[in-house]
Design a protein around this ligand. Structure first.
Ligand code: CTP
Ligand code: MG
Length: 227
């Protein structure tokens, strides 16, 4: 068992909400694909030794050329299937597995290490970065009528990378059986295993809509101006 981590990168999504164009992981930010930024941030983390990318089906060769240091596998129809494909290809010698969205290209390497070290130290078998939510959140019914206002102080928006003991993530995916899940921690919760949150980072935000790309461009320009 190695005292470091392997990072899985689901990158096979279409980016439908971003509008027409290539798969989201291949869209450009400051002239480079989102995937390139994301893999660079993971590789810059001290505790990440292997990176496995789940590529859009048909784009495997292009993805491999972009990230020659990574192991590239074919992604699936859902994010969960893409993560499962990457996990199956990862070196089983790593006891700690991180899962990081290609759509979060500006994650600070320090956050990656913070998640990995929290799992490695045994604080929990599953660790997710999370931030308080800014908006008030309400539960509604199908007609849009408000059922309740959820206590905002109890809510967190979760990010990636999410970190797991390998066996826990493998068991969670083995039992996922096509059930919808938007993150891996959600699958682990279904096993009854406790998931620990640590403080996330604003820069780990997910690129979902076109304005998110504009925001990322500005954030990166600011970083480069300060460097
Ligand atoms: N993802 C994946 N395989 C899928 C679907 C999503 O690997 N079949 C990945 C995406 O590439 C992304 C991450 O999961 O890095 C988060 O998903 P999301 O933000 O929903 O990206 P997309 O599915 O590409 O976007 P959209 O839902 O707008 O189509
Ligand atoms: Mg999606």
């Amino acid at each position: 068992v190695l005292p470091s981590a392997v990072a899985l990168v689901p990158a096979a999504g279409l980016g439908t909400r971003l509008g027409a164009g290539p798969p989201k992981a291949l869209r450009l930010l400051a002239g480079e694909p989102l995937l390139t930024h994301a893999v660079r941030a993971l590789a810059a983390a001290r505790l990440v030794e292997q990176v496995v990318v789940a590529a859009p089906p048909g784009d495997e060769a292009q993805v491999q050329a972009l990230v020659p240091e990574a192991l590239v596998v074919t992604g699936g129809d859902t994010r969960t299937a893409s993560v499962a494909a990457a996990l199956a290809a990862a070196d089983p010698a790593y006891d700690v597995v991180l899962v990081h969205d290609a759509a979060r290209p500006l994650v600070p390497p320090e956050l990656v290490d913070a998640v990995a070290v929290t799992v490695l130290e045994g604080a929990a078998q599953a660790v997710v970065p999370a931030l308080p939510v800014a908006d008030t959140i309400k539960r509604v019914d199908g007609a849009g009528l408000v059922l309740e206002t959820v206590e905002r102080a109890d809510l967190r928006a979760v990010q990636t990378p999410q970190g797991f003991r390998r066996a826990v993530l493998a068991e969670a995916h083995a039992r996922a059986a096509g059930l919808p899940a938007t993150d891996d921690a959600g699958l682990v919760e279904r096993l009854g295993i406790t998931v620990l949150t640590i403080t996330g980072h604003d820069d780990a935000f997910k690129i979902t809509r076109p304005a998110d790309l504009d925001f990322a461009e500005a954030l990166l320009a600011g970083r480069r101006a300060r460097a």
